[in-house]
Write a protein that binds this ligand. Structure first.
Ligand code: C2E
Ligand code: MG
Ligand code: MG
Length: 585
């Protein structure tokens, strides 16, 4: 024992002091000038798990806290080395605001027997009453683990997305700002990728929100494993993600990474025992070329994503300056589309489908046009997505069906025999039950034969949810309608699916037809498609036939019908009737 006071008074006094210290609920220990522990109270034992016996009289006050010798705060105070405090407690160490001359610090101690703890401690010098010389130090400890965990949880919540565990918008901004300042200093390139799931709403609507959540999580996981650790993957809204690529070497590397991401995404997802395919569209903005601050980079990547989605879902686009102009136009068009239908600006064109074997027109596809008062003739690719987004596709779709059927009734008079009328059905129309009602109505009111009404659905639409789509298709088939799979070859369906759906006809996408004669691979693919369709007893229309060479190839390979500029461009209703009148029936 260090203190050997002899007078009865002082013994009583120090005995009393020992009692006070010992029974205090605040963990407290005291060391003397020689760094020997002279008090180690019960609360200290509770906090550290180290008994009084193990420490009193030794200079090992570090022992409960560290696995090697190093001064605790009290030791530094005894040696009057407060200037060293920040070396040992760099994170949190400052003079106490409540006790004059005292110092406070906090730290994490991983080695306590009951597990790691955060402690806050205060230490102050004990001074000789007369000389003022330092004769020891008293230190108190407070277990602040619970408070720290709570704080960390709050920080986590503020920075991470609860569903995926990915960075959230807030953390993305912080990282992006930091990356920009490093990139500026070190002349680095940064890539900001904006990703948006294609058709996510449909998954939510048809499979439910829990399944939607699963998709969101799984998608985030795939993104995370496809990039390097120093890149940031963030989920910033429902089905929107941003990937920050840190210091890619060049654009080629960015492209490689994006392709890898799209590859990872395009593999099937198994959600609640269902297999689904999900695509995503990606927009890319690069620092410094496309923006020097985080806001600009993000909104430019977003604009590029939008363009990708609009033109070719499941693809990627780099930002270019004219995109902002496009985004503005897009907004304007959206407003104007509301008036287009009611003010008669929409018109249907008809493109003949020509049987190469029978050498006659067998049908026609209705193709929508918008006679825009200032922009001229607009093609559906510019505005169908808008119509879907705004819900206008429903009234527009109704108008298309009614108008097309009424036009087609005149064909028979002109041609002497019935022709097949093909109508494109959009994703949103297909999902609504109203479509059935509307078709029923149109048929009963006009007496049009349902077999002569062919509904075109794109391959990617039915492949989004093959099971549900099949149910809908069977119902339409029961009512007697003809069904065609549009844009065949572009929707990732395995050929096995073709047999699963009740289609009467497949329309080979024009991207394959355009390559005929230029690539042996394209020739082989088209040949295989034709053989397969024949085996399944489906008719085939080749889309986008533009020249004699393509026509001849298709004729030789036994394709039933062709549709394309070689035979005729889409025509206004009146011109189509005139064309019919020139044809041998
Ligand atoms: P789609 O159903 O695959 O229609 C064929 C598209 O190819 C049409 O474009 C047509 O004009 C074009 N085309 C035809 N022959 C050739 C050719 O020889 N060469 C080339 N390069 N192109 C050719 P369009 O009219 O711009 O329509 C684009 C797409 O918009 C259609 O693709 C269809 O998916 C959609 N669409 C058209 N009309 C409607 C509609 O009334 N309702 C809905 N929901 N979608 C429509
Ligand atoms: Mg079509
Ligand atoms: Mg097509």
């Amino acid at each position: 024992m260090a203190q050997k006071h002899t007078s009865a008074h002082s013994t009583n006094k120090s005995g009393l002091l020992a009692q006070i210290v010992n029974s205090s609920p605040v963990a407290t220990f005291v060391i003397n000038q020689a760094h020997e522990v002279i008090h180690w109270n019960r609360a200290c034992v509770m906090v550290t798990g180290v008994s009084e016996k193990q420490l009193i009289g030794t200079t090992k006050s570090w022992k409960p806290f560290y696995d090697h010798h190093r001064p605790v705060m009290a030791d530094l105070i005894v040696d009057d080395q407060m200037d060293q405090l920040s070396t040992y407690y760099p994170k949190k160490c400052h003079p106490s605001t409540t006790i004059e001359g005292a110092w406070e610090a906090e730290d994490f101690f991983p080695h306590f027997p009951g597990g790691g703890k955060w402690l806050a401690f205060t230490a102050t010098a004990l001074k000789d009453e007369k000389s003022g010389a330092i004769i020891g130090a008293i230190e108190t400890l407070r277990d602040i683990t619970a408070q720290k965990i709570y704080q960390q949880q709050l920080e986590h919540q503020a920075n991470y997305d609860h569903l995926t565990g990915l960075a959230n918008r807030h953390l993305l901004h912080t990282r992006l700002e930091l990356a920009i300042s490093q990139a500026e200093r070190d002349h680095l390139l940064l890539g900001v990728l904006f990703l948006d799931l294609d058709n996510f709403k449909q998954i939510n609507d048809t499979l439910g929100h829990d399944a939607g959540d699963d998709v969101i999580r799984e998608f985030g996981g795939r993104l995370k494993t496809s990039v390097r650790d120093l890149d940031t993957v963030a989920r910033i809204a429902g089905d929107e993600y941003v990937v920050l690529l840190y210091a890619p070497q060049n654009i080629v590397q960015v492209t490689t990474i994006v392709r890898r991401l799209l590859d990872a995404i395009n593999h099937k997802f198994t959600v609640r025992e269902r297999e689904i395919y999900i695509g995503a569209s990606v927009g890319i903005a690069l620092y410094p070329k496309d923006g020097k601050d985080s806001q600009t980079l993000l909104s430019n990547a977003d604009a590029a994503m939008f363009r990708a989605k609009q033109h070719d879902k499941g693809s990627f686009r780099f930002y270019t300056e004219d995109l902002n102009k496009d985004a503005l136009q897009w907004l304007e068009l959206k407003q104007e589309l509301h008036y287009a239908l009611t003010s008669g600006q929409l018109e249907l064109y008809y493109q003949p489908q020509y049987s190469i074997q029978e050498k006659r027109i067998t049908g026609a596809e209705a193709l929508l046009r918008w006679n825009h008062p200032t922009r001229g003739l607009l093609h559906p690719e510019l505005f169908i997505a808008l119509a879907e987004e705004t819900g206008l596709i429903v009234p527009i779709g109704n108008w298309i069906i009614k108008t097309a059927i009424s036009d087609a009734r005149q064909w028979q008079e002109a041609y002497g025999q019935p022709l097949r009328l093909s109508i494109n059905i959009s994703a949103r129309q297909f999902r609504y039950d109203e479509l059935d009602e509307l078709l029923d109505q149109a048929i009963t009111q006009t007496g049009f034969h349902p077999l002569n009404l062919e509904l075109e659905l794109t391959e990617s639409l039915v492949m989004d949810n093959p099971h549900e789509a099949n149910k809908r298709l069977l119902k339409l088939k029961e009512k007697g309608f003809s069904l065609a799979m549009d844009d065949f070859g572009t929707g990732y369906s395995s050929l096995a699916y073709l047999n699963y759906f009740p289609f009467d006809m497949i329309k080979i996408d024009q991207s394959f037809i355009h390559q005929l004669g230029n690539s042996e691979e394209a020739d082989a693919i088209v040949r295989a498609m034709l053989q397969l369709a024949k085996a399944l007893q489906m008719r085939v229309v080749a889309e986008g036939v533009e020249d004699q060479h393509q026509r001849r190839f298709l004729e030789e390979e036994g394709c039933d019908e062709i549709q394309g500029f070689w035979f005729s461009r889409p025509l206004r209703a009146g011109d189509f009737v005139k064309l019919l009148q020139t044809q041998p029936a």
